[in-house]
Design a protein around this ligand. Structure first.
Ligand code: 5AD
Ligand code: FES
Length: 353
C-alpha cells in the first residue's frame, strides 16, 4: 500500500518536472504523499532544474522594514492594529535612504521596502521615496511590499520607478482567507490587487504561510494551482510562527519539512521563479535558510533596517537577526550560503525569462 502511494508520488513528481502542471487533486495527493524520501526526490529535481536556469547563484535583497504601523488586523500578525504591546515606529525618508546607502556599499542591488499598511505611506509619499532611491541608485531595483492600494495608486508607484511588488495572497481559498482575516478584509480585493500589479507591469510576487491556522492539504493544493496559473515572478513562502500577542498565540507553527517540500514543488512548477529562503524558515530551524536553498530556493533577504527598530518589526515570536548590524548579517548569510555550495551575487537579480 505504502509502496503504491510512493510510486504514485514519484510519478506525480516526474509529471511536474516535465510538464510543470498538475490538477488540484494531484497537488493534494502530492502533499498528502509527503515523506522524507519523497521530499528528497523532489529536492534533487528542484536543484537540478534551478541549476540549469541560475547556476549556483543566490540573489540577495536588502530588506528595509519601513513602518510597523498597520491599519489591518490580520489574526496571525504581530503588528496587527489590535496589538497594544507593539512599540510602533515609522522610518523617515532620510533614514530609509541611509539604509540604502549602507546597503549599496555592502553590495545590495535590490532594496525591498516592507511595512504595515500605514496611512503615512500614501501613494504620493511612496512615489517621492521611490523616485529619490532610483535617482541615487539607478542600477538598483526597488521592490515594494506595502500592502493593498488601488490600481491607479499602484500605477503611480510603477511610473515613479518601482520595479517589483510583493503581496502574498496568503491563501487561495476564500473560506480559509476569512478565518485568517477580519471581516473588513476581502479575499477578492487581495486577488484583484495581484492581477492589477501584474497587468501594470510589476515583477509580481505572491505567497503564503505554511501551516497557517485552518490550512488543509486542500487549501494548499489550491495555493499551488494558483501559483501555477498566476505565474508570479517571485513567491514568498515560509512557516507560520505564532506571535504571543495575537489570537493565534496557541496555534502550532508550520514545519521546516513541509516548507522545504513545497519550495521544491514550486521550483518544479516554475523553474525560473525567484524563491526566497525566508527569515521565518531561519527562525524555526538554525539551518532553515540553508535547507531552503538546498530544496530549491534562490533568494535570501538579509535585514537592512536600522538596528534600533529591528526588535519592533516582529510579525512572529523569536525572529532571528534582530540584534545584528547589517554588515554582520550579510557576512553571516554569505558564509551560510557558501557552506552549502552556493554563491551570493551582487546583481539586481531579475527573473530570467
Ligand atoms: N508567521 C509567519 N509569517 C507571518 N507573516 C505575518 N505574520 C506571520 C506569522 N505569524 C507573513 C505574512 C505576510 C508577510 C509579510 O509575513 O504572510 O504577508
Ligand atoms: Fe542575520 Fe545571520 S543572517 S545574523
Amino acid at each position: 500500500m505504502e509502496k503504491d502511494i510512493n510510486n504514485h508520488v514519484t510519478e506525480l513528481l516526474d509529471t511536474l518536472e516535465s510538464s510543470h502542471s498538475l490538477s488540484v487533486v494531484e497537488y493534494k495527493e502530492l502533499i498528502e504523499g509527503y515523506s522524507p524520501n519523497n521530499a528528497s526526490i523532489a529536492a534533487d529535481k528542484a536543484v537540478k532544474i534551478r541549476k540549469t536556469v541560475y547556476g549556483n547563484s543566490v540573489f540577495i535583497r536588502g530588506l528595509i522594514e519601513v513602518s510597523n504601523i498597520c491599519r489591518n488586523d490580520c489574526l496571525y500578525c504581530g503588528i496587527r492594529k489590535s496589538n497594544t504591546h507593539c512599540d510602533r515606529y515609522r522610518l523617515t525618508p532620510m533614514q530609509i535612504l541611509d539604509c540604502c546607502r549602507e546597503g549599496y556599499l555592502l553590495g545590495f542591488r535590490t532594496f525591498v521596502l516592507q511595512g504595515g499598511e500605514d496611512s503615512q505611506f500614501s501613494a504620493k509619499n511612496i512615489c517621492e521615496l521611490v523616485d529619490k532611491i532610483k535617482s541615487k541608485y539607478p542600477d538598483c531595483a526597488v521592490t515594494l511590499s506595502l500592502g493593498e492600494y488601488s490600481k491607479t495608486e499602484y500605477l503611480s508607484m510603477f511610473n515613479a520607478g518601482a520595479d517589483r511588488y510583493l503581496l502574498r495572497h496568503e491563501t487561495a481559498d476564500k473560506e480559509h482567507y476569512e478565518k485568517l482575516h477580519p471581516a473588513n478584509m476581502s479575499f477578492e480585493n487581495r486577488m484583484q490587487c495581484l492581477y492589477n500589479l501584474k497587468e501594470i507591469g510589476f515583477q509580481t510576487g505572491c505567497g503564503f504561510m505554511v501551516g497557517s491556522p485552518y490550512q488543509t492539504n486542500e487549501t494548499m493544493a489550491k495555493d499551488l494551482k494558483f501559483i501555477e496559473t498566476f505565474s508570479p515572478d517571485m513567491c514568498g513562502i515560509g512557516p507560520f510562527i505564532p506571535h504571543k500577542d495575537t489570537p493565534f498565540h496557541d496555534m502550532p507553527a508550520g514545519t521546516l519539512e513541509l516548507t522545504c517540500f513545497l519550495l521544491s514543488i514550486i521550483r518544479l512548477i516554475h523553474p525560473n521563479v525567484l524563491l526566497p529562503a525566508t527569515t521565518a524558515l531561519g527562525t524555526i530551524h538554525p539551518k532553515g535558510r540553508e535547507l531552503g536553498i538546498l530544496a530549491g530556493a534562490n533568494v535570501v533577504m538579509p535585514n537592512l533596517s536600522p538596528v534600533n527598530v529591528r526588535n519592533k518589526y516582529l510579525l512572529y515570536d523569536n525572529k532571528i537577526c534582530t540584534g545584528e548590524e547589517s554588515a554582520q548579517c550579510i557576512k553571516c548569510l554569505k558564509n551560510r550560503i557558501e557552506s552549502v555550495g552556493y554563491e551570493i551575487v551582487t546583481d539586481r537579480g531579475d527573473i530570467k525569462k
